[in-house]
Ligand binder design. Structure first.
Ligand code: ADP
Length: 293
């Protein structure tokens, strides 16, 4: 990879000189290759992928801006995105990570609760984006139940069918979608700004102890979706959850809806990573159907 074109674009967007010293590959991403571009007095974080992923990076930059505007959890500032040498790139502020502590975990719970208090009048967002590299539609809808069925579960089920995961997954999945309203008896969520892909790999603590979130798939939806995902693969402490719940208590139906919300991510994992997640999705659907029968 020659970095010259990207360096030039950083310089023109920042209107200042950037002298590259070293481009260091970073581990941790599932979808893109990531680098720290170290300069003489400043560093940048860069993601690279095929040129046809430019729209994905544009949506990610828009999501980072939306989250940052809430002035709640720290978000890396987007610098520029574009194409160079037949690759799409996204440049962000580079953030050096530190160690989590009880205090930083509590702060994260508090700041996420404040993020979730950012609202708009409808579910969805002004634009579509991606979750991982899977397209994520965010068409405006006044009904959360309809939004969750059509733009989340059925959308992933259709992508899975196109990849050959038909049969049982589809019939049981459709059965679930037909009955989703039963999980919302007495519960009416508000359209809250959510990160949308909040697993442990998309959050960290900076050197000063401030929580940081990145790689969002944001939209306005039920805030329970973010909390559910923090529980899907773990990595979020009791302190985080306790402070979040003290500010934004969870409805008692959350315990059941958690699976309904995490099913979206497990279906997405089938679409991104293959059949290893099929049994998990099927058993989640079976459990959810058993709750309402
Ligand atoms: P992907 O889109 O491939 O999943 P991520 O956005 O998750 O990539 O980034 C990959 C890794 O790079 C993360 O796990 C994190 O450790 C690190 N990272 C992400 N954003 C930054 C940043 N702004 N500054 C420093 N490191 C970052």
């Amino acid at each position: 990879m020659t970095w010259q074109k990207i360096v030039e674009q950083i310089e023109s967007s920042k209107e200042s000189k950037f002298t590259l010293v070293n481009a260091r590959p970073l581990a941790g991403g599932d979808i893109n290759s990531a680098y720290c571009l170290q300069g003489t007095d400043k560093s940048y974080f860069v993601k690279l992928n095929h040129a046809d992923t430019l729209a994905m990076f544009a949506a990610e930059a828009a999501g980072l801006k939306e989250l940052a505007a809430s002035r709640t959890v720290r978000i890396p500032s987007p610098v520029i995105y574009g194409t160079a040498a037949e690759r799409a790139f996204l440049v962000l502020e580079y953030i050096e990570f530190g160690a989590a502590s009880k205090t930083s975990d509590r702060l994260f719970g508090q700041q996420l609760a404040l993020l979730h208090q950012q609202r708009q009048p409808y579910f969805g967002w002004y634009r579509d984006n991606t979750i991982g590299s899977t397209p994520q539609p965010n068409t405006r809808n006044d009904s959360w139940i309809e939004f969750w069925c059509t733009q989340r579960l059925q959308h992933q089920l259709q992508l899975a069918a196109a990849k050959g995961y038909g049969g049982h997954l589809q019939t049981r999945g459709e059965q679930l979608c037909d009955n989703v309203a039963l999980f919302f008896d007495g519960y009416q969520p508000h359209p809250s700004l959510v990160h949308g892909d909040l697993w442990g790999g998309n959050a960290a603590i900076d050197k000063r102890g401030n929580p940081v979130m990145f790689d969002p798939a944001c939209y306005y939806g039920d805030r329970e979706t973010d909390i559910a995902m923090t529980e899907l693969f773990g990595g979020f402490s009791q302190d985080f959850h306790a402070v979040y719940q003290a500010i934004c208590p969870l409805d008692q139906g959350y315990a059941t809806r958690k699976n309904l919300y995490n099913l979206y991510h497990v279906l997405n994992h089938i679409n991104l990573f293959g059949s290893g997640y099929l049994r998990q999705a099927e058993s989640m659907i079976a459990k959810l159907l058993s709750e309402i029968n």
